[in-house]
Design a protein around this ligand. Sequence first.
Ligand SMILES: *Cc1c(COP(=O)(O)O)cnc(C)c1O
Length: 214
Amino acid sequence: MPVFIDTYQSLLKQCILENILLIIVSKKQSVNDILTLYHVGQKDFGENYVQELVEKQGQLPTDIRWHFIGHLQTNKVKYIAPFIHLIQSVDSISLLLEINKQAIKNNRIIHILIQIKIAIDDSKTGLLIQDLDSFLNEAKNCSNVIINGFMGITSLTNNEEQIKKEFYILYTLFNKYKSTPFNILSMGMSNDYTIAIKTGSNLIRIGSLVFGTR
Ligand SMILES: *Cc1c(COP(=O)(O)O)cnc(C)c1O
């Protein structure tokens, strides 16, 4: 598979100028292609599948910051708990509690984002906004979890107005809770990151733009 270094570097430049954290989504990409980007300075990578992540983590430099961005089953938290940098896809109280439990076991603090459901299609997961308060209440008892913000995925559509609307919902919610350390708004992938940045995102998750289509 190709790695589009020029595209990566111009994207990175934009992100630095606008104070946005660039996560390179390396799911289904080879260890070698990840290393190519690592060697030009990229340290934050996102993965969707636990087994794939654990295998790659074992083969790659230890200063890579791994972000988990896929649907996470509670029974698999234990495999990533020893090293994960940020779990961006926490969408239920049971998952939160399991992450806290595994964080304690590993004597670590685990940082998370709450994935909020903003897409109107049923296929996209995420915590419903109406369940946010009870989630945050539970989180008060989680000694080893720090919530750093929100993550959202828009509907699979080309309708820019719809995408804008969905990002805006999360941006508005984020502004209600924004503080230290609740200061990350993870919105935007290859096809919608421009709109996401305009709508206040400060972390984008980019795969196919840099690696080509999977
Ligand atoms: C795959 C994935 C991405 C990257 O998608 P691209 O369209 O390849 O940029 C970003 N976020 C999540 C949650 C993903 O699953």
